[in-house]
Design a protein around this ligand. Structure first.
Ligand code: 5GP
Length: 177
């Protein structure tokens, strides 16, 4: 168990299991090798995932970063702010978005609308974690590392009010904490 601010979290997904999920995603992405895909990392939470995935990709790819924010503490605000916009030119490119976690899908909807306006050849979404019971949208997600129940998680890049990001494994909020 660990304590972050006033909340208690318990171990949930081991570092080894995370790496296995990423290896599976990387091998599925091998089909993209002739496209010289452009990966877009959604900051902050996805930077661990992006780094580990890139180490396992067996082909060349471009990478750039955007920063969005929808969460305050342990809850979605329902609004998404674009804090760092996309600088790269993705017109006619195969684009793969790297997300740490898809929850309600509100952020994903915003990402699709930002990227579609730039006329890429295709947009694919890869998320390390997916909460199917929280998802409210009808949007395609092409690669899912692991489906989880509707719990608040931290670690491996994900934070609770800026704590917990550096943990190598994923923890979940303990009931009633
Ligand atoms: P959505 O817009 O799908 O509701 O939420 C997407 C974003 O909310 C994620 O990229 C992440 O930043 C944050 N988020 C959603 N669920 C969790 C969670 O369980 N833990 C943490 N730390 N952030 C989350």
């Amino acid at each position: 168990m660990i304590k972050l601010h006033n909340k208690i979290f318990e171990p949930y997904i081991s570092a080894e299991e995370i790496q296995k999920s990423i290896a599976k995603m990387a091998s599925k992405m091998y089909d993209l090798k002739n496209d010289f895909p452009h990966f877009i990392v959604v900051l902050n939470g996805s930077f661990f995932f992006a780094a580990d995935l890139f180490k396992q990709l067996d082909f060349d790819a471009e990478i750039s970063f955007i920063k969005l924010q929808s969460y305050e503490g342990t809850n979605s605000t329902g609004k998404v702010n674009e804090l760092i916009g996309l600088q790269a030119n993705i017109t006619n490119r195969m684009v793969v978005v790297l997300e740490d976690i898809v929850d309600t899908g509100i952020t994903l909807e915003k990402i699709y609308s930002i990227l579609e306006s730039k006329k890429p050849k295709q947009i694919q979404i890869a998320t390390l974690l997916f909460k199917p019971s929280a998802f409210q949208k009808n949007l395609d997600i092409h690669y899912i590392g692991k489906e989880i129940t509707n719990e608040f998680v931290v670690g491996y890049g994900l934070d609770y009010k800026e704590l917990g990001r550096t943990l190598p494994q994923i923890y979940k909020l303990k009931n009633n904490s």
